[in-house]
Ligand binder design. Structure first.
Ligand code: SF4
Length: 321
């Protein structure tokens, strides 16, 4: 019989005795220092089309065009943002309760860079999410170059009584790759923040992308190996796909970038899972987008087929997802 890959869901169930759901929240007014030009020119990572992460969550009309940043001292829109946390959570939680009988949630600050705001704003938003019924913790998606010591210390404090996760995009350990995708920080920056977060007792999830421009299988596997060594507790694996309105789309159209094949992705994924320390949970094994914005590769369109193919390969090594 195939052995189950250790999933994030499995980790949460073991810890809390029942299934815990991640409720994605997307706060208007947040951006990313790589999009607003603070850390790099060029409008962000070459593959980034941030609306594609969660188009259904929408923006609050009055907050359009308003962006917070770390230099701000005031936030005139805080009340609206707090309401947004409440409303978005309510919609997602009630659906999950109705459809799956969900009882416990992690509030997942997902879109853009969720530590890129004045500390008082962040504290208010995190506290608000944690005050909602059935929320047992947070998961905060961010960049490693964008977390102040003050914020990290606060999250560590919260982690004493709640389940607090911080998610960093590692993507690659190769600086030449990070430059090529206009990441705006180097690999050492991520390494140091992961180590620092772990020293404070925080739970860390690392995002890895396979198929980045210029990378071969050996490099992708080396990235996975190093990410485990740096101490991540959980991992999200993604294939790089090209969507419209991105710099990567231009590279692809000019023939300067060739997306990873499904065969190679499966090989790298399997080997990454095999070398993963047992305690590192898996939150995501693939990614894709099933709408008009996907340009290539076509195999990233059908997530069910991807998971089927992944499971077919996993079974050959006695595993399942
Ligand atoms: S760090 Fe994230 S939000 Fe910012 S540009 Fe890169 S992919 Fe987009």
């Amino acid at each position: 019989m195939s052995k189950q890959v250790y999933t994030f869901g499995g980790y949460l169930k073991d810890k809390f005795g029942e299934k815990v759901y991640k409720a994605p929240i997307s706060i208007s007014g947040f951006t990313c220092p790589n999009i607003d030009g603070t850390v790099a020119r060029g409008g962000g990572c070459t593959f980034c089309e941030n609306d594609s992460f969660s188009p259904s969550l929408g923006e609050v009309q009055e907050l359009k065009g308003f962006h917070l940043n770390l230099e701000s001292t005031e936030n005139p829109h805080l009340e609206k943002q707090l309401l947004q946390v409440e409303k978005q959570f309510e919609v997602i939680a009630s659906k999950s309760k109705r459809e799956y009988g969900a009882k416990k949630f992690l509030a997942y600050f997902q879109s853009f860079t969720n530590t890129y705001a004045p500390f008082d704003t962040l504290k208010a938003l995190y506290d608000k999410a944690l005050s909602l019924d059935d929320v047992i913790g947070l998961s905060i998606g961010t960049r490693s170059d964008c977390v102040t010591d003050e914020t990290l210390a606060y999250l560590a404090e919260l982690n004493k009584t709640k389940e607090i996760w911080i998610e960093f995009g590692i993507q690659s350990i190769y600086d030449e790759t990070l430059e090529r995708i206009n990441r705006g920080h180097d690999a050492d920056n991520v390494k140091q923040l992961i180590i620092k977060s772990k020293k404070l007792g925080l739970n860390v999830c690392g995002h890895l992308i396979f198929g980045l421009p210029g990378e071969d299988k050996k490099m992708m596997l080396e990235t996975a190996k190093k990410a485990y060594e740096w101490g991540i507790d959980s991992v999200k694996y993604h294939p790089l796909y090209v969507t419209k309105r991105t710099a990567l789309a231009n590279e692809y159209n000019k023939g300067e970038f060739e997306p990873i094949s499904e065969e190679l992705y499966l090989e790298v994924l399997l080997e990454s899972i095999q070398m993963k320390p047992e305690h590192v949970s898996v939150q995501r094994i693939t990614a894709g987008i099933d709408n008009d914005s996907l340009i290539a590769p076509d195999w990233c369109r059908d997530r069910n087929a991807q998971v089927r193919h992944i499971n077919r390969e996993l079974r050959t090594i006695g595993l399942k997802y």
